[in-house]
Design a protein around this ligand. Structure first.
Ligand SMILES: [Fe+2]
Ligand SMILES: [Fe+2]
Length: 363
């Protein structure tokens, strides 16, 4: 089966450019052909003003799709997905990926679907165990069925055609809508801006890359980092926005946002990120919450988010204290290496800090 590209990164070869998370807050959907072309010729207009494509009317069985048009389009900041045609269980989808965008195909137990990716333009990297296979215009990749995770990354702007012998586009729409709804929920609560979620996700992903996490683990990390405080949606406003200190009882409720966050993603496409939401306040020495886990008992991805979130919080103005400078915050993180934070995560974080200006991206 296919899964939405989960993370995007700096364009390949452009060191120092900030990692970007684009999928969650930039989604839009359009059932009409894109502007600039007539779309599908000879097809009757549908009730919403779009263009109906199936079934084709008698005498108009042959349709022409002009460049840049599809029967349904999903738009993201760095990716566009167009359903070109569907019928007899087969779908043909055109995808346009910006440089650095990741995308993947995953096994779907019980499915024997034929899946094929054909490169129209650009260069797509397929990360295959220890080697990277570059796919260029005219190259195709066929799986029947997909038996293992296939991870791709656009090395340049890429246009590709994706064929699947069973319907997948509606799955795309559903996934995108779920992600968008969760992103909005995070934004409206606790005064958090999507910028904060972006920055924690970006920084976490950079640390994960530095630690050489697998592409799939990076995708889960990015989801978990972006949604780390999703559970605060269930915390009452009078506790969440209380100006003074919380009572013991209120604090106990606040801490529950970790557990609630995991529960909220349990039956969604980002369920794999649940343990990150649950453990992002655990600390290396066992002083965190909700479980007081210590050391390697805490999922590595959660420990990465812990460092990134702490850093972003330190470098942001709070009512009770002014922001720290980037250097001060980095020093504080290093000071608690092996105490509050996983030593290797701190080392990876410090390495990034010495080579890139990503630390300017906080908020
Ligand atoms: Fe939190
Ligand atoms: Fe946060």
């Amino acid at each position: 089966m296919t899964r939405l590209a989960s993370i995007t990164e700096r364009p390949a070869g452009e060191a120092g450019q900030e990692v970007e998370w684009t999928e969650l807050s930039s989604f839009s959907r359009d059932k009409r052909p894109l502007a600039g072309g007539p779309g599908i010729e000879d097809a009757p207009a549908s009730a919403d003003g779009g263009t109906c494509t199936c079934p084709a009317p008698a005498g108009a069985a042959v349709q022409v799709l002009r460049r840049g048009t599809g029967t349904e389009t999903l738009e993201f900041e760095r990716m566009r997905i167009m359903l070109l045609a569907q019928g007899d269980g087969m779908e043909v989808i055109r995808q346009e990926l910006s440089p650095g965008t990741r995308w993947g195909l995953y096994p779907d137990p019980g499915s024997g679907a034929l899946e094929m990716v054909a490169i129209v333009s650009g260069t797509l990297a397929w990360y295959r165990q220890d080697e990277t296979v570059l796919l260029r215009p005219g190259d195709s990749l066929v799986a029947h069925p997909v038996r293992e995770e296939l991870s791709f990354q656009a090395k340049t702007s890429v246009h590709l055609l994706y064929f699947c012998s069973r319907p997948v586009f509606s799955l795309y729409s559903q996934q995108a809508e779920e992600m968008r709804a969760m992103a909005v929920a995070v934004e409206v609560k606790d005064g958090y801006t999507v910028h904060h979620c972006h920055h924690v996700a970006n920084l976490s992903t950079r640390i994960g890359e530095e630690m050489r996490l697998s592409p799939d683990a990076l995708a889960v990390l990015n989801h978990g980092a972006f949604l780390h405080d999703l559970g605060k949606v269930r915390v009452p406003d009078n506790i969440l926005t209380k100006p003074g200190a919380l009572t013991e009882e209120e604090w106990a409720i606040m801490k529950m946002h970790t557990i609630w966050g995991r529960e909220m993603v349990e039956n969604t496409i980002v369920a794999a990120a649940g343990p990150i939401l649950e453990a992002h306040h655990e600390r290396w020495d066992g002083s965190g919450y909700p479980h007081g886990w210590r050391g390697d008992r805490i999922p590595l991805e959660a420990q990465i988010v812990s460092v990134a979130d702490s850093y972003c919080a330190m470098t942001t103005d709070r009512v009770y204290r002014p922001r720290l400078s980037q250097d001060q915050a980095l020093q504080e993180i290093r000071q608690f290496r092996g105490v509050l934070y996983h030593p290797e995560v701190v080392d990876a974080f410090a390495t990034i800090g010495s080579t890139a200006d990503i630390f300017s991206a906080t908020g």
